[in-house]
Design a binder for this molecule. Sequence first.
Ligand SMILES: Cc1ncc(COP(=O)(O)O)c(C=O)c1O
Length: 476
Amino acid sequence: MSAGIPLNQNVINMEYAVRGPLYHKAAELRSKGRNIIPCNIGNPQALGQTPISFYRQALSLLEYPPHIKRERTLKGQAPALKGMDNQEWISDYVLDFSEDFLTKMETGMGAYTDSKGPRFIREAVSRFIDKRDGVTPDRGVPSIPDHIFLTDGASEGIKNIMELLISDGNDGIMIPIPTYPLYSATIARLGGAQVNYYPDEDSGWTLNREILEESFSRAKKDNVRVKAIVVINPANPTGAILDRKSIKEIIEFSGEKGLVIFADEVYQDNLYGSEFMSFAKALGDNRDIPLFSFHSASKGFYGECGHRGGYFEVRNPPGSPGGDNGFIDILFKQASVNLCSNTIGQALIYLLSSPPPEGSEPYDQFNREKQGILADLYEKAVMIKDSFKEMKAVECFGRVGAMYLFPRINHLPGGKTDFDYCMSLLEETGLTTVNGSGFGQRAGTHHLRIAFLPPKDTLEDVLPRWIEFHNNYIRD
Ligand SMILES: Cc1ncc(COP(=O)(O)O)c(C=O)c1O
């Protein structure tokens, strides 16, 4: 047997509930032939969501450019090919779009790119941000392409910025509780201090100054130097969407305490009728507060998790030796160590930033698919939320956003935890959820997170079984 090697204790201490014991139990049951409904993770295409045709047509051509010419030639012979079944031509718009992308990409899809990502993609992202935030030549603050970095999913950017901020156990990051466990796990891995703040569940997960101050002063008492605050909007795991007042409170608070803001906005398209206010827009011309905003190709209606596309934008880069550019240079160095993010993810970020304009050939289909996915997600959320009304001692707060519901279970049988509940639910019904304690929660409360992603007929089958399970379980 080989000698033991001392391992990094930070990594050993790190926890990641989304792929924890429930995930492994579900895999074990599936291998035994059980029907498992994986609502434990926001992975839409794993639950049958169809990719957006515009994205996939372009990606296929980018990866194999000879098909652009082939498609044009075949289309020229269309009358002769009329007899072919289900022949669907790729529109000239997509062919031109793909050709144009490859011209700008210069070195193609198989070469390393600039470590920040190609400039033309960052320019497209910058236009996307300005359009989203209603920036015009005489209104708003335009984003700067050189302050945008393309990343392998939003996760990579989040980890890199955290790494820059945490140098020892006294460096603290405020995170919402419940939280997306990437944050708690990354802070643990880097050996930093996790500083919890608790949005008010009963008022729909809103925030006020008292909540933020309480968290900050607790950290100060423990000699923690708080450097940043993380905000997830719309939120994972609660699905809540922050109101303007809460956003304003966070900005004012961060300004006073000298904090960096992490705005995790990967669910900015998962709103279902509510309004989204980006932190970049809310910050306006405030030049004092450093802001990192994160977005991703994994969520929204795009749902391309496996392709790992993401970006972050920096506003008001914090001072560093060498001034503003010094900070961007450090970020660039950090990105360079990874060479570059993957090019398919980069292309998806370009596609996400450059949807087909109204009147273009793919527009109608694109819009139909986009609206169809979002409407379907909302209907499924409502189906699940309605079923909570039939479960005793269950309440679910906040507007519907992101891809999750986070109901509170107000009563559990003696000695049982929400983890026990989720495990029994999985064993009895095949429905895989994640226990609230995996995201952190106020002491004495119990929750679970369910992703509202499975097809409706699957929900129609499993929800009555869940209701029955629940009402029996809490009676025990
Ligand atoms: C709030 C939040 N941020 C970031 C991520 C990571 O996304 P990506 O796939 O872009 O790394 C997720 C994924 O579920 C998320 O829920």
